[in-house]
Design a protein around this ligand. Structure first.
Ligand code: BEZ
Ligand code: FE
Length: 290
């Protein structure tokens, strides 16, 4: 009998694979087998000390403890390690001609306030006014009317509304495109901001000498019948963090030039007494695969 129950370095992986090999759902079975193989391979590669392994487990426990509504440390971890970008890339391979997608991030909220075309979602937020003037089309350039467009961005201090507990929605809205697939609204020009870095993910970045900054951007989620939902950002050209985004989400086709324009009459007749910017962009949605 001796030896048979003494799993060691050479036999433990096979034993764990066999234990989970009877999972009835084939997809779950495949995922678990791969997970076990890769995690065991990682441990064999790194050969952590017991203290290092306890530190790793404590890191995950701290990520769980700090997570609440509006603070999703595991999403941050996935984002900061480039896993969210990898998952997105795997799931949006055939996108020739379509607008590239990018990470959702942890600050999306479903059912944001519904606003009308032409609304100002800055609601008093200071900063250069930004006129967003977009068109949503299919791959064949046909406009997509009545597409649902969710928009969200951070404030001047670099925080999203959900990071201010007890405060209502701010700098986020749900719009619909008009019959010509167009949508226009006012907001404020976004600025670069730091991802939440006062928790374990921030400690990991600091320990690796990585900064937590994201280049200035506005988030969009666009949904229309018969098309793949597009989750993306628009970035501002010239931002110093475009090449070192903390979450690896920048793509050239999502960067726009937004020169400062002189005060005066805006495109919708509104009188603007400060320098302002005009974001013009065409979002191209892919046809639904099913
Ligand atoms: C964001 O853009 O809102 C975001 C994305 C990933 C991590 C943190 C924030
Ligand atoms: Fe963001």
């Amino acid at each position: 009998m001796t030896g048979k129950r003494a799993l060691d370095e050479s036999s433990i992986t096979e034993a764990v694979l066999a234990r989970f090999g009877a999972a009835p759902d084939p997809r779950l079975r495949a995922i678990l087998q791969s997970l076990i193989s890769h995690l065991h391979g990682f441990v064999r590669d790194v050969e952590p000390t017991s203290e290092e392994w306890r530190g790793a487990v404590d890191f995950l426990a701290r990520a769980g403890r700090i997570s609440v509504d509006g603070r999703h440390e595991f999403i941050l971890l996935s984002d900061a390690l480039g896993i969210s970008t990898l998952v997105d890339a795997i799931n949006h391979r055939a996108r020739a001609g379509a607008t590239p997608s990018t990470v959702l991030g942890p600050f999306y909220v479903d059912d944001p306030p519904v606003r009308e075309d032409g609304a100002d979602i800055a609601d008093g937020e200071e900063g250069a006014p930004l006129y967003v003037d977009i068109e949503v089309t299919a791959l064949d350039s046909r406009p997509i009317p009545l597409a649902k467009v969710d928009v969200w961005q951070s404030d001047r201090e670099g925080f999203y509304d959900v990071q201010h507990p007890g405060e209502g929605p701010h700098l986020r809205a749900r719009f619909k495109t008009d019959q010509a697939g167009r949508l226009r609204f006012w907001t404020t020009a976004p600025t670069a901001y730091r991802i939440p870095h006062d928790g374990p993910v921030g400690d990991m970045l600091a320990a690796a000498s990585c900064h937590p900054w994201r280049p200035a951007h506005v988030h969009f989620m666009i949904e229309a019948a018969g098309h793949e939902t597009l989750v993306t950002h628009i970035f501002l050209n010239g931002d110093p963090y475009l090449d070192s985004d903390a979450v690896f989400a920048v793509k050239d086709d999502l960067i726009v030039d937004l020169p400062l324009l002189a005060p005066g009459k805006g495109p919708d007749g509104r009188v603007i007494d400060a320098p302002w910017r005009w974001l013009k962009y065409r979002f191209v949605l892919e046809n639904a695969s099913r």
